[in-house]
Design a protein around this ligand. Structure first.
Ligand code: PMV
Length: 328
């Protein structure tokens, strides 16, 4: 039995940054994201009864022991409840740089959740699949759906209510674009998000204020989406990302994801806005700047971002589709 899943990355407009339970990867607050086309992880899971251990290949090379262990532990979440011991061969590849702040863990664990359940012929509802993907990476819960996606924080200790759902699609959303400005060629990130958010929760004096603010930002973002108000959504997303980075900057010791080119890119986004261009920045656990804009403005925004010293490449992404799986 063999299943191949494809899932797109997503970029949060209201960030997930903090857990209420580390073991089950339960978020301390909800989050909101846009699934992006063209940033795809393709993962094949094949049952391999002859193998003694799972075999994991990432982007054409054997996985490191730590990577293979993370994949095996995740596969166990499906394998053990199904009463199976069969090892698997997992082959996964991204068409964008891994572990660079471009959210490869989101598309990766969403694709792995879908391919593993299909390979073991285990049926899961969309909510259950999302909650399963969350166990691999919090943001992965949002990569099973397309378009704008809302992650529910949930309240239960077992996490069954901590899953993501797509927001109703509306025509104006099709005109949203995310321009990704890759800083310093997509270097590996300095602090993984899992450790970094725990460090912020434990040491940053701004973390309590951040966790207070997220539900208000989510309400404001949902109101902007209901009204089709891109400017309000963009302004909110930029403010929310800066607040997340403020918690990291205030952690002790500080976590500084930004490089000089990150600040130059942020300044370019403000300059574009001052010139009347709809453009708002967001950043994740890395130096890259992602700019929310509209289809009509995406080419000039990408061209402007490409002129920023230290920005090595740009890429324009439209809203992406839900994840898919095929069984062979
Ligand atoms: O899914 P994780 O554990 O890699 O955390 C994602 C954290 C951010 O990308 C910074 C924010 C988000 O909501 O995607």
């Amino acid at each position: 039995m063999k299943a191949t899943a494809r899932a797109c990355a997503n970029i949060a407009l209201v960030k997930y940054w903090g857990k209420r339970d580390a073991a089950l990867n339960l978020p301390a607050a909800g989050s909101l994201s846009l699934t992006l086309d063209g940033l795809v992880t393709t993962t094949t899971v094949e049952l391999a009864p002859a193998l003694a251990d799972d075999e994991v290949t990432l982007d054409g090379r054997p996985a490191t022991a730590a990577e293979a262990e993370r994949v095996s532990r995740f596969v166990d979440l499906v394998r053990a409840p199904a009463g199976r011991a069969t090892r698997v061969r997992v082959t996964t590849g991204n068409d964008f740089p891994t572990a660079s702040g471009l959210a490869s863990s989101a598309s990766g664990f969403a694709a792995l959740a879908l391919a593993t359940t299909a390979a073991f012929e285990v049926t899961r509802s969309p909510a259950e699949l999302s909650a399963l993907a969350r166990r691999g990476s919090g943001s992965a819960a949002r990569s099973l759906d397309g378009g704008l996606v809302l992650m529910h924080a949930g309240a239960r200790a077992d996490g069954v209510d901590a899953f993501a759902t797509a927001l109703p699609a509306a025509p104006w959303q099709q005109a949203l674009r995310m321009v990704i400005a890759v800083v310093a060629g997509g270097v590996a990130k300095t602090h993984g998000s899992r450790d970094a958010m725990e460090h912020c929760a434990a040491t940053s004096p701004l973390y309590p204020a951040w966790i207070d603010q997220v539900p208000r930002d989510l309400d404001a973002a949902l109101a902007a989406i209901a009204a089709g108000d891109v400017a309000a959504l963009g302004a909110l997303a930029e403010a929310n990302a800066l607040a997340m980075h403020a918690t990291a900057l205030a952690a002790r010791p500080a976590i500084v994801y930004w490089l000089p080119a990150t600040l130059a890119a942020l300044a370019e986004v403000r300059r574009l806005r001052a010139d009347g261009v709809p453009a708002w920045a967001t950043m994740d656990a890395g130096p890259h700047v992602k700019v929310l804009t509209t289809a009509a403005h995406a080419p000039p925004v990408a061209a402007a971002m490409a002129t920023v010293p230290g920005v090595s490449s740009t890429r324009v992404c439209a809203p992406g589709p839900a994840a898919t799986v095929e069984v062979a």
